[in-house]
Design a binder for this molecule. Sequence first.
Ligand SMILES: Cc1cc2nc3c(=O)[nH]c(=O)nc-3n(C[C@H](O)[C@H](O)[C@H](O)COP(=O)(O)OP(=O)(O)OC[C@H]3O[C@@H](n4cnc5c(N)ncnc54)[C@H](O)[C@@H]3O)c2cc1C
Ligand code: SF4
Length: 415
Amino acid sequence: MRNTEKEKINIKNEAERCLYCYDAPCIKGCPAHINIPEFIKAIREDNVSRASRLIYEENPLGAVCSEICPVEELCMGNCTMNKMGKAINIPLLQQYATHADYKSESPIFTGKKVAIIGGGPAGLAAAEFFAREGIKVTIYEKEKIPGGVLNKTLPFERLSQGAKDRDFTKILENKFIEIKYNYELPKKPDWKEILKIHDAVVIATGLRSKPIKMIGIGHKNVFFADEFLMMMQKKTPKKLGNHIVVIGGGDVAMDCAVQGFKSANKVSVYYRRSRSEMPASTEERENADNTGVSMNYLSSPNRITRNNSGELFIEFVQNRLEEVKGRRPRPVPIKDSNFKVMCDVIVFAVGLESDKKFFKRLGIEMGNVLPEIGEDYQSSIDNVYLIGDITNGGGTVVEAVNMAKEVVKIILEEF
Ligand SMILES: Cc1cc2nc3c(=O)[nH]c(=O)nc-3n(C[C@H](O)[C@H](O)[C@H](O)COP(=O)(O)OP(=O)(O)OC[C@H]3O[C@@H](n4cnc5c(N)ncnc54)[C@H](O)[C@@H]3O)c2cc1C
Ligand code: SF4
């Protein structure tokens, strides 16, 4: 990236505002523990290569995270400068720094080999942390490109291609890392063979939309969130109709709602509890409000129907909330409160789940919802570790990076 002189002055001015706090709260707020004051100091001293190295040392997805981290809840939310009016714009400085190259030392091969299943954020970060220690890594990825959610369902406007390219190229250019595309385990290659030829295996296969059972779910134009978001990845996707109804109250539901305007004139969200219980972040909710999404609360879907003229309807029941000690209030359906909404498209964004069948076929034991793991990320099979969204039920990229760092440390101690 070529910054204009004016942009460079802005960046320098922003760096000048940093207080280099003792026991810096911004570092505590960063799950990847980037030494933020040190990299800001390097920018201030015109040593952008050093700033870049400091970021990538802790976070191999430093450019991606500079664009999509929920910074208000993390580094910036913790910044001391909030008390003095305005937090330091850490993502702006991080974006700037990650454009610079730096030299890194090539390690000596230790003789150890690791397989990583899944080339999303968690798998890529783990590969990089292993490779730095002289461990050969083979990533098996079912798609023909890396990045997982970042290239599949994350709305493309939210993350630049440049940031993905900078991070992925740095990782995949490493001579200790090989990525094999179009490999979907356990079909290809043989799982037993993978276990035999590697000293450890790390699985980072992510989550998928949770399917639900409901009368009429098979109707045309009824989608689950990941399928719908993939359709919306085009700049001008196919027009699907006038009115889209999104069911759910999390961040992914808000993404579906905002993206829905690419394909329809009206988007309505229906959520079973009230606004204050919505799991979506304040930022995502406000963004949906500002985009013109109609928010509807205390409504649970019942069934989907089509009339003789082919019009699509979703029937809801109205809820009241019942207090539950120590937990979120429970939605209780109100008798005879059913109502119907006519629409052209229905999107279910009611959560994510891990692929139970996949883990069963690998012989990995499942808990109630997610595969079982110990504190050391180890699954029910020795030397097979799990990280990323499959372990926390859906987090953030920077959390996946942190897990990758921790699991590599644990495995290195075992070697
Ligand atoms: C719509 C949406 C918006 C989001 N927005 C943000 C955001 O703004 N900021 C943020 O920090 N986080 C965001 N997240 C969360 C973030 O994307 C995830 O936390 C992160 O991608 C988790 O990484 P992962 O590697 O665990 O899983 P994934 O990203 O799901 O990657 C898993 C990889 O494994 C591969 N795979 C799956 N099964 C197999 C198999 N059987 N064999 C081989 N390969 C396989 C997949 O193809 C994929 O490449 C968002 C998530 C979604 C769904
Ligand atoms: S908390 Fe804010 S002011 Fe303090 S070191 Fe971090 S970025 Fe600088």
